[in-house]
Design a protein around this ligand. Structure first.
Ligand SMILES: [Zn+2]
Length: 130
């Protein structure tokens, strides 16, 4: 299945199946679940969520899209505008994946804290060791 991508300022009211709407303003992409169940899938774009790869002709989203909160439980990638189906994951794998998400988020925020702390230390050093 192919996905048409559309860069938009704001997310339209009507999400057409087979289209992915990308708002750089809101760092979000939205599309209707590729299985056809009609659920809308929101994929925030951030260092700890999804990354959008745009090569001028097609888009890819990484990591994969796992709709665990929907009845369909569908799991797929969007690679070069193409929906690539992944195998069904077991419950254990889903739980493991979620744990990794939490870990990645924590790591990211810890690093951010460290960064600002380092900056503070450097500032203090400048002030006191001139
Ligand atoms: Zn679905």
């Amino acid at each position: 299945m192919m996905m048409n991508y559309k860069f938009v300022d704001t997310i339209p009211n009507e999400i057409k199946r087979g289209s992915i709407y990308i708002s750089l303003k809101y760092n979000t992409a939205i599309h209707k679940c590729a299985c056809g169940c009609g659920e809308e899938v929101v994929t925030p774009l951030s260092p700890t969520d999804w990354k959008l790869i745009y090569n001028g002709k097609s888009i890819s989203l990484t990591p994969s899209i796992g709709n665990w909160s929907f009845k369909c439980q569908s799991h797929y990638w969007i690679k070069n505008n193409q929906v690539v189906w992944a195998g069904k994951m077991s419950k254990e794998e889903i739980i493991k994946g979620r744990k990794n998400d939490v870990k990645a988020k924590k790591k990211f925020h810890d690093n951010k804290d460290n960064e600002s702390q380092n900056k503070l230390v450097q500032l203090l050093k400048k002030l006191f060791f001139k």
